[in-house]
Design a protein around this ligand. Structure first.
Ligand SMILES: C[S@@+](CC[C@H](N)C(=O)[O-])C[C@H]1O[C@@H](n2cnc3c(N)ncnc32)[C@H](O)[C@@H]1O
Length: 228
């Protein structure tokens, strides 16, 4: 049974495809995709030997080890792209995800499923500059929010607004996305307050962003709308 975060990533993997899970740790994602028959083959990589041993155990226990290939490497360094339909990079910082993708010459040929934990605006900016397009969903586990990006290369570089960089390309009608946006709005408001108290000029942009989110939530209440 996958967590909601990993289940959201799994739901985006092409049915009948071949998944490559980067930073697989216990290989819960590829093991479940193979067990369900959603993937015919899986590749899993990790930069550390310990997680890769755990991955082998999970795949063995699920009875799917024969359909999996494991690589001890940085990102996708040892992976051949032949047949791979989807690359999942989940549970890692945005800067590590950028590093892994920058080092992968075939990054534009596959569907990318990205679930960054930190530096998310940096990752969104990098993707837009590189000509990637994506849709985004928010996932909530208890008090925590995660975002999952479903990314394809469109070839047209873009420049994102501050709202798109900081909050993402959300479906503003999704109740989870609206809760996530509301949570972000409060964080930006608090940041603006702190900066204003310190008489810092950047206060204004975060105050404006908080107001923009508030307005967007009001405007899209009951209406479907996806930005980016
Ligand atoms: C927090 S775990 C995430 C595991 C799983 N992907 C998930 O989302 O639940 C991060 C894993 O990524 C691995 N990792 C970190 N940097 C990596 C890199 N550059 N290439 C491959 N694996 C990496 C770590 O060793 C660790 O097992």
């Amino acid at each position: 049974m996958l967590t909601k975060r990993l289940a959201a990533c799994a739901a985006l993997v092409t049915p009948g495809g071949v998944v490559c899970d980067v930073g697989t740790d216990h290989a819960y994602l590829p093991a479940e995709l193979l067990r369900r028959g959603q993937c015919t083959r899986a590749v899993a990589t990790d930069i550390h030997a310990g997680p890769l041993e755990a991955a082998k155990r999970t795949l063995t226990e699920a009875g799917v080890l024969e359909q999996a290939e494991l690589f001890l490497c940085d990102g996708l360094a040892q992976v051949q792209p032949e047949g791979i339909t989807d690359v999942v990079i989940a549970g890692m910082g945005g800067e590590t995800i950028i590093h892994i993708l920058e080092d992968c010459p075939w990054r534009r040929q596959v569907h990318l499923i990205l679930q960054p934990m930190t530096k998310i605006p940096d990752l969104r900016r990098w993707l837009a500059e590189q000509g990637f397009s994506w849709t985004e969903q928010a996932v909530q586990e208890g008090e925590k929010f995660y975002v999952v990006l479903s990314v394809f290369h469109s070839g047209t570089p873009g420049i994102l607004s501050l709202l798109e960089q900081e909050v993402g390309c959300l479906d503003w009608q999704s109740q989870t996305a609206r809760r996530y946006a509301g949570w972000k709005q409060q964080r930006f408001q608090k940041l603006a307050q702190r900066l204003r108290q310190a008489q810092r000029p950047e206060a204004e942009q975060w105050e404006t962003l908080a107001e923009t989110i508030q307005k967007k939530l009001q405007e899209t209440d009951g209406k479907g709308e996806t930005s980016c």
